[in-house]
Design a protein around this ligand. Structure first.
Ligand code: RB5
Length: 148
């Protein structure tokens, strides 16, 4: 799978850990930065290009990391076609894909430990959207909202 990843300074260390892990899982990784640790950088500068790639499909899934994961979730969901959430538990990591077709996961580099973050990413990437009628009906309503 082609997986995009991006982080600001708050997620810089976790991004490298997750990038290495994605390589171990044989995924193709597209890194949208940050490429150096700059405590004054701004998460939208990295997470908007990542989100656009996910919306266009040039990245099949996305992983956005900031300090808390909150800013990453706010900005990524502004891009039409992105369905993202801040994820801190295993159930939501896969159920968000199965029911809500989540295509981008947000993590808090200062909140979630490295080992747990890897498990969340694995659960997210292994999950598939069920396409169930009631789930699609809900997503259609969100898509209609994006077109307003
Ligand atoms: C940066 O210090 C921090 O505010 C940012 O990484 C993130 O946590 C925002 O939600």
């Amino acid at each position: 799978m082609i997986v995009g990843i991006a982080a600001d300074h708050g997620g810089f260390e976790l991004k490298q850990i997750i990038k290495d892990y994605l390589g171990e899982l044989n995924h193709e990784v597209v890194d949208f930065g940050a490429f150096e640790l700059d405590k004054l950088d701004d998460y939208p500068d990295f997470i908007i290009p990542l989100s656009e790639a996910v919306a266009k499909g040039t990245a099949e899934r996305g992983i956005a990391i900031c300090g808390s994961g909150v800013g990453a979730a706010i900005v990524s969901n502004k891009i039409a076609g992105v369905r993202s959430s801040l994820i801190t538990d295993h159930f939501s990591a896969h159920q968000g894909v199965e029911d809500d077709n989540m295509n981008l996961i947000c993590l808090g580099g200062r909140i979630t430990g490295f080992a747990v973050a890897k498990e969340l990413v694995k659960a997210f990437l292994e999950a598939k959207y069920s396409g169930g009628e009631k789930y699609q009906r809900r997503l259609d309503k969100i898509e209609a909202l994006e077109k307003r």
